[in-house]
Design a protein around this ligand. Structure first.
Ligand code: GDP
Length: 396
């Protein structure tokens, strides 16, 4: 989860600042000397940079010191950039794959740092520097609307601001964190909400086939059990072959009651029966599965509206696959426009290395992600938290 984006952001923010110690720099040069000789880069740009470094390391330490004295401050900083870039490239071969040419000329973070500490950052400077970050976000499935919001908030914090050199690094980092947080929504604590709710709490699940809806219902049933909350599963998908048996298998494994009817029967009546059963047996939560079709046709929307009218859900949960990026966003938007969702579960986040959907879906729909599905077992359901997202991005 977040692997690509994390690598990129980590490579930016973990680099030593231009004020890092000489000892570190010397150590880094020594590393280049041994590693640089053995490793062959296939990238043309890297070869150029390595040649510069090779030339430099063939000098004696005295000669290096003499050379250094001749350099102006800005030349020194550019040289340090090159060293830093090489250090990163050598340290993590996988990072090579996602690093672009632009980064080798000085990355987003370094450029921002330099601009902010030498003069006030203008809108023009910022637009130019942000372009690199923008591309990274878009490449990682972050929707354009979310990218724009991140840019707007980061810009608000940094453009035309008087920022002391000593505070610049922390300030950029904090602004970056705040900008990312601005596109996320912290979900309510569902377990607490259910416990505080008077009477039966009903959750209805929507999402297209194969996205992990049934598995997510089972995972949530497991989580409820772990929190001593009783539940009943309702097989409201009376359309897809084997869907009823699939949910029934989960109910049996989890030892929770199960309400179903025949294929082709009215899903609203299944939901109604499940709710009645819950009330009669003092069961706290009803989890209702629905058919996995896109609700763009008016007769299907009517069918959904009927289930909602009859079951009066406390929570309408959309389940989408994190991994499908824009498709998941479009599905979520469609369901939201058709029936109005309250929350989101993003499944398969464990196999989503880009994770842009996680960063975009709440901003696009203004609904919180409640959980991330992170595997095929019952326990693989993570409560979503903004803090965890930052942690996953290496920004905590
Ligand atoms: P439904 O048609 O929407 O009900 O989808 P299912 O619940 O049947 O899930 C479809 C497939 O996705 C199954 O093989 C599940 O095991 C798998 N799946 C569901 N959630 C996750 C998840 O969070 N991570 C992974 N890796 N696989 C998942």
């Amino acid at each position: 989860m977040f692997d690509f984006l994390k690598k990129k952001i980590s490579s930016w923010v973990s680099k030593p600042s231009p004020t890092s110690s000489k000892k570190d720099k010397k150590k880094s040069k020594e590393n280049q000397k041994t590693k640089g000789k053995s490793k062959k880069s296939t990238k043309k740009e890297k070869v150029t940079i390595k040649n510069e470094i090779k030339e430099e390391i063939s000098l004696t330490q005295d000669e290096i010191d003499a050379e250094n004295k001749k350099l102006t401050q800005s030349e020194k900083e550019s040289k340090e950039d090159v060293e830093n870039i090489l250090e990163e490239a050598e340290k993590s071969p996988e990072t090579d794959k996602i690093e672009d040419k632009q980064e080798q000329k000085g990355n987003f973070f370094t450029k921002l740092f330099k601009k902010i500490t030498t003069s006030k950052l203008t809108q023009e400077d910022f637009d130019e520097i942000f372009e690199e970050f923008e591309i990274t976000l878009l490449e990682n499935n972050v929707a354009l609307e979310a990218v724009d919001k991140i840019k707007e908030n980061l810009g608000k914090d940094l453009i035309e601001q008087q920022i002391k050199k000593t505070e610049a690094e922390a300030r950029i980092l904090q602004s970056l964190k705040d900008a990312i947080l601005s596109v996320l929504i912290e979900p309510p604590n569902l377990i607490k909400q259910i416990k505080e709710h008077k009477g039966v709490y009903t959750i209805i699940f929507f999402g297209i086939n194969g996205t992990g809806k049934t598995t997510s219902i089972a995972k949530l049933a497991h989580l409820l059990k772990e929190n001593d909350i009783s539940c009943v599963l309702a097989a409201g998908d009376t359309f897809r072959a084997a869907s009823i048996e699939q949910l029934q298998t989960h109910a049996q494994r989890l030892s929770v009651p199960f309400i179903a009817s025949n294929y082709g029967s009215d899903p609203a009546s299944v939901a109604f029966e499940a709710k009645k059963y819950a009330e009669q047996h003092k069961i706290k939560v009803v989890l209702i599965d629905t058919a996995g079709r896109m609700y763009t046709k008016s007769n299907l929307i009517k069918e959904m509206e009927k289930i909602i009218r009859i079951s009066k859900p406390d929570l309408k949960m959309f389940v989408g696959e994190s991994i499908t990026g824009n498709d998941a966003l479009e599905q979520c938007k469609t369901f939201n426009e058709a029936i109005g969702i309250d929350g989101i579960i993003l499944s398969k986040a464990d196999i989503d290395e880009k994770a842009g959907t996680i960063l975009s879906v709440s901003h696009i729909t203004n609904k919180p992600i409640y959980f991330l599905g992170v595997g095929q077992n019952y326990k693989d359901l993570l409560v979503f938290s903004k803090k965890e997202v930052l942690k996953n991005l290496g920004l905590n």
